[in-house]
Design a protein around this ligand. Sequence first.
Ligand SMILES: [Fe+2]
Ligand SMILES: [Fe+2]
Length: 629
Amino acid sequence: MKSALGADFLSSYDIIISGEAIYMKTYEEIRNCFNAIKNNIITCNELDSDMFNYRTYPEWLAVYKKRSMGIREIYKKNTEMVEIINEYLKKDLNDEELLAFYQGYRELEDRNLHDSYLIISIIDKLIPPYEARHDYEKLLHLYTDSCYELGCFLRLDDKSLERLKKDLHRIKNLRFHYKELSSIRERRLIYVAYYNLIKTLPEYSPKYNEDIIPMFKEAKAFYQTEDIKLMGDQEFARHEGNLLNIMLLHSFMYYLDDGLSQQMEYTDLIDEIKDTFEDEMDTDLCNAVLNYFHDQMNDEEFVYYLKNYLGFYFGEANSLTFNESFDEIFVKAENLFNTAFMFYDFLCHSYLSEEDRKRESVFVTEAIASFLKRIPQDKYNIYFDEAASTLIRKAAPFIKTISEKERLLGDILVKNQPNNYIHAKMVEKLSLGILDYLNRANDLLLNQFYQIGFNNYNELRDYVARGARLHDLGKSLSTGLITQQIRSLTPYEYSYVKMHPEKGLSVVGKDKEFAPYFDIMIGHHKDYDGKNGYPLSFDNTKSKYKIVIDLIRIADAIDAGTDVYGRNYSTGKNFDMILAELVKGEGVKYNPYLVEFIKNHSDLLNELRYATIDGRYELIYNSYLKQER
Ligand SMILES: [Fe+2]
Ligand SMILES: [Fe+2]
């Protein structure tokens, strides 16, 4: 009996222990993965900021090489971690595993370590089980984080926008569980969802305009509910109600046509809101908006108001010592960007002269550019890349000439995306290196270049140089998200990278001055024979600029292939290995005449070899000196 009891006891003990062991194993394994990713990203940021702490070239070079090695190690480790995470994501998760995932990704979010695609796939996995468990607090964060990743970082396409809308609706529907949300910090997210439905979503697409008024009415009704009183949130709801009014005014101003605006008796609304303004922070702006509606202000005056408003935030941002927490920097940056975006929206709709609009647009971009330049490397993240890209797209219609636009891109975007900037400069250097040799050798191939229609060599050279600098412009819209990931890309991310040729065109718009560069931007990943590469829809073999595309494709392949240190994912080949690949791809992937020319000129080969090793270091060093903060 005793022994049987003992055996029973032992066997149940065994089960508990092994169950416990399994639980510990999976829970801890998941937690360890997230911790490793988190610490790796932090290390990576530290390695990046070290780059600014050395002044002499040899010192800098040593730090640079150390950083590159470190980042490549991290890249491998993070790829492994993400693989483990993805394996778990394919399985059914038990409660502990779900919790490990929830805690893990929330920690990344809390520290602003964004890996949007990874986080969205985790959120997708967690939503159904937590919905089944009616865990409203977790759901609130899951939906909100999904919106945050989509709205702040992805902003890609119609599908993402629909997802964003769906998530916003899911958040606001949690108002029926208002009492079950433990803190005001959490309950507040419901109010924020309403703002986003009224103001942010219509900013992305006019198809959401008709939701503005129903959502406003619904929110107002919600603010009166018993649950809010029960939780003692009336004062809070009143304050949020005022903010909601401001959001509505903003949408009236930019997104609603008169027909829709008339549905609300908005003059009454404005009178009501007017009384509540005094105690709100946004007084200047709201006055300006109100006055606009009351026709008491012309466009110049309105610009003056908005400029004052921007000047206020800009003054604050410039007084930042950057010792502040990231949150403080982020809040100021967000205000700056939002005001700037509003400024541009207004310019688009204003009756100011073209010259005035351009002057104002330059004012805003310069203000933002100098703010961006002051952000220390370790505080700089993909949010700023995305915001800068949006700013450029909004500024584009006002800045017409190609050199001004290049300067704008350089000031706002490229300097903060060092890998893109250096790649563009390298491709320029390598293309010109080859072109100059063709010119010196007076090679017959030059005729093909001149047939495009250049009057002299300088014109041709300038064209190739700018084409090289602009060829990957589209990558500037995805850098933070994708090309700076310290892990291997998912198939979806890779397919997004492949959209960069088309995206380049969307940055420079339909500007005629950029037209001669479109074929380079869109065609530089097509094979020489036109049969493979991307995008398939573009036929490079019919392009007037074919020979330049061929040249840039070769320079591109040399830089991308030999960049041992800059590219996280590069396998790091040397120049001669790439040369062998060029020769192998002659006539199919690469222009055979250009490859033969390069191969047969040993001085040129030496020059290119040098450019891909010490030449690249010098270029990067100089670009770091320029970025000195
Ligand atoms: Fe490219
Ligand atoms: Fe490229």
